[in-house]
Design a protein around this ligand. Structure first.
Ligand code: HPA
Length: 275
């Protein structure tokens, strides 16, 4: 694993002429954020030694390096999902690579179903916490001591400072940014009504098939994490008809306009702080 990572890092360093500070993962339908990257260098996953191919629909499968608001960053356009058949090490491999390349902050976006009637399709929800219902954990196995400790704290998985920046920017710009708890499931089958009721009763506002493995690995290696979900559909406690993949993608696209504004602002604020 370590020598494979070294090979990936060596390759990416030969392609990227700066040290990235931020890692961004783009969820379903959020590709517009990729267009905001300046001086971009795009590297398809197939060309990166150690990376596996992303198979999910609307996920493009490339790494983008460049700048937004002067902040040097790496962006994953297309993530690896557990439901695609990858193991947890493969799903979270890019996060380890981010760390080795110097990334300090991880911004995760995703598309999620809502368990909370106030958080309607098209809403943005900043994660305050999560519940891991995937039945596994990406840190199972020998601990990689060079990244972090055996039992990393999940006391504050989502950075309070980053949440503050996002909250105050949204408030002063009249952007509705909800805050809630994300419950991660493996998928790919969607939840039953009974499962939705269970997750809601446990305190979850959202349900989705990603994010939590990446956040756990990022926290293990001491990154500051911010995660924002786009609500693409109400979960099926609230209606009887199944929603289409087109509906999910359209709602993600609508919300992405404000999401891009929020992310650009956080990058601007961090740049002012770090420079
Ligand atoms: N459930 C799980 N994952 C999802 C959903 C959902 O309703 N919507 C988008 N991703």
């Amino acid at each position: 694993m370590i020598s494979k990572m070294n090979e990936t890092v060596h390759y990416l360093k030969s392609k990227i002429p700066f040290e990235p500070q931020i890692g961004i993962i783009l969820g379903t339908g959020l590709n517009d954020l990729a267009a905001a990257v300046e001086q971009s260098i795009e590297i398809p996953y197939e060309e990166i030694p150690g990376f596996v191919k992303s198979t999910a629909p609307s996920h493009q499968g490339k790494l983008i390096a460049g700048y937004i608001s002067d902040m040097p960053l790496l962006m994953l356009q297309g993530r690896f999902h557990f439901y695609e058949g990858y193991n947890m090490q493969e799903v979270t491999y890019p996060i380890r690579i981010f760390k080795l390349l110097g990334v300090k902050y991880l911004f995760v976006t995703n598309a999620a179903g809502s368990l909370n009637p106030a958080m309607k399709p098209g809403s943005l929800v900043m994660l305050s916490d999560h519940i891991n219902m995937m039945g596994t954990n990406p840190l199972i196995g020998l601990n990689m001591d060079d990244f972090g400790e055996r039992f990393p704290s999940m006391h504050e998985p989502y950075s309070l400072i980053l949440q503050d920046i996002a909250r105050s920017f949204s408030k002063s710009n009249n952007i509705d940014l909800y805050e809630g708890v994300y419950c991660a499931v493996t998928g790919p089958s969607l939840e039953t009504k009974a499962e939705c009721k269970l997750f809601a009763s446990l305190g979850a506002d959202l349900v989705g098939m990603s994010t939590v493995p990446e956040v756990i690995v990022a926290k293990h290696s001491n990154m500051d994490v911010l995660a924002i979900s786009v609500v693409t559909n109400l979960s099926n406690i609230f209606h009887s008809e199944a929603h289409s993949q087109e509906e999910i993608r359209d709602n993600a696209k609508k919300a992405s306009v404000n999401l891009i504004k929020i992310i650009k602002n956080i990058l601007y604020e961090l740049y002012q702080k770090e420079k």
